[in-house]
Design a binder for this molecule. Structure first.
Ligand SMILES: [Zn+2]
Length: 459
């Protein structure tokens, strides 16, 4: 690998030749002018190739570059876990950010505003799409500190296409509800999840639940290079308001409109209005379904109206899958099965391989598993949660209930939650109970018992 595994041993003739990533141009088709930016290309291109190659070799789904004073920290994310990368001098980091912007069709002159662009690449014969996002970093201390930018690069392997609900393991109960509301010509279906969790993939898979040959669906917004079979992007005409566009869609016999992420109250207002005649489906960043609902209510500004038009919220989370090469089978005891709610006849579950024992004679540790690099996990799978806006749920939302009240109602109605859905992956051996515990533990670790308040001394 590149940057941080340089082989200094010149005598070692087993050294493999590094296979670097190939950059293949901006996803927008905009050509990068390297001639005019020779200095930047010389400073940034080799470094960009090295960092991106390192990330791909690690199977990272994302990496970040964060300036910290005179240095910038590179962090790789592999299956959602942080892996520290190299610390770069700030000038080098700036060159890395700028060259990726240039290659991805961004504007290198603009450094004080967030930007987003895309770059196609190939690594070991696999096609990738890099989403490049930059934003100005908080100003560093010191009078002469140059402006710096934070960089996030998200990878998507465009060969492993996840385009239908089955590709991401969407449960039947979710599919049938989306299908049901998708053909009702009214209401709003929200797909929510954390940032950088493949939310658009899940949302587009949900869209595929609706039969687009029976029901005319349109997309509004930019999906980059992604397309959905038989669902065209509806071109907004210049000067047309969103309201006007929705009317045009209706005249084109549209039944369902898929909107890019909802963040703007003005847009939400139009969507609410439009959702009396057509179904709307949209994505939104939120921690879970209940959180998504409260965010949506806030955007609408009127809990009763929000409750009236919202039909359902689907939320996803990614959990790590056990490495198929080194996972360990075990026979669970009945108490454990009862505790987590698994069928009592379950005979085999799997867990992460225990750390290898050193060799008795030599004391050396055996080579870690090659498939997962000793991590015990490889790749991730989605688990789902769904809140169907039933009459009971509608009342809670309309009454201004917070996330906790919504969660409580969903629990009472036995709606699908993450933990319940995740057991499906435990049962089929894809993941283990420890991973579930790690993913769903309350923030800040397990809740501790409160210490009794110290009694005040009598005055
Ligand atoms: Zn392994």
């Amino acid at each position: 690998m590149g940057l941080f595994s340089k082989n200094n041993n010149d005598d070692d003739d087993s050294e493999e030749e590094i296979e670097y990533v190939l950059f293949q141009g901006a996803t927008s088709g905009k050509e990068a002018n390297l001639e005019e930016n020779q200095k930047l290309a010389a400073a940034g291109l080799p470094l960009a190739k090295e960092v991106v190659t390192d990330a791909l070799a690690l199977r990272a789904e994302m990496f970040k570059v964060e300036p910290q004073g005179p240095k910038a920290l590179v962090t790789f994310f592999v299956d959602g876990m942080k892996r520290p990368g190299p610390r770069l001098p700030i000038q080098k980091a700036n060159a890395l950010v700028q060259i990726l912007k240039l290659l991805g069709g961004g504007d290198i002159k603009v450094r004080d505003k967030p930007q987003r662009c895309g770059l196609k690449a190939e690594y070991r014969d696999l096609p990738f799409e890099l989403t490049i996002k930059t934003r100005p970093a908080p100003p560093a201390k010191g009078p002469k500190a140059p402006p710096a930018e934070q960089l996030t690069v998200v990878f998507r392997n465009t060969k492993t296409k996840r385009v239908v609900p089955e590709d991401i393991g969407m449960p039947e109960v979710v599919k049938s509800k989306v299908r049901h509301y998708g053909k009702s010509n009214s209401g709003i279906v929200l797909i929510v999840g954390p940032p950088e969790s493949g939310l658009t993939t899940t949302a587009l898979c949900a869209l595929r639940c609706v039969d687009s040959y029976m029901y005319q669906c349109y997309i509004i917004g930019d999906l980059g290079t992604r397309t959905v079979l038989n669902v065209p992007v509806f071109e907004q005409e210049e000067g047309h308001t969103l309201e006007h566009t929705f009317l045009r869609i209706q005249r084109n016999e549209g039944n369902l409109v898929y909107m890019a992420e909802l963040t703007d109250p003005a847009v939400v207002k139009d969507v609410i209005q439009g959702s009396t005649e057509m179904t709307f489906m949209s994505e939104m960043y939120a921690r879970d379904a209940a959180d998504g609902i409260t965010k949506f209510v806030e955007l609408v500004g009127n809990p009763a109206l929000a409750a009236e038009q919202l039909r359902m919220v689907v939320s996803h989370k990614l959990i790590r899958k056990l490495c198929p090469k080194c996972k360990e089978a075990f026979r669970p005891n009945p108490k454990l099965l009862a505790q987590v709610g698994l069928p009592e006849e379950t005979e085999t579950l799997y867990r992460k391989a225990r750390p290898p024992e050193p060799d008795e004679k030599t004391g050396e540790l055996p080579e870690p598993c090659r498939a997962c690099d000793g991590a015990g996990f490889r790749a991730r799978a989605a688990v789902f949660e769904m809140i169907d806006v039933t009459e009971g749920m509608k009342a809670v939302i309309a009454g201004g209930g917070d996330s906790a009240a919504i969660r409580k109602q969903a629990k009472e109605e036995k709606q699908l939650n993450f933990q319940k859905d995740a057991l499906r992956l435990v049962l089929d051996g894809s993941t283990g109970l420890d991973e579930l515990q790690r993913t769903f533990a309350p923030p800040g670790g397990p809740r501790r018992k409160k210490k009794p308040a110290r009694r005040r001394p009598p005055e």
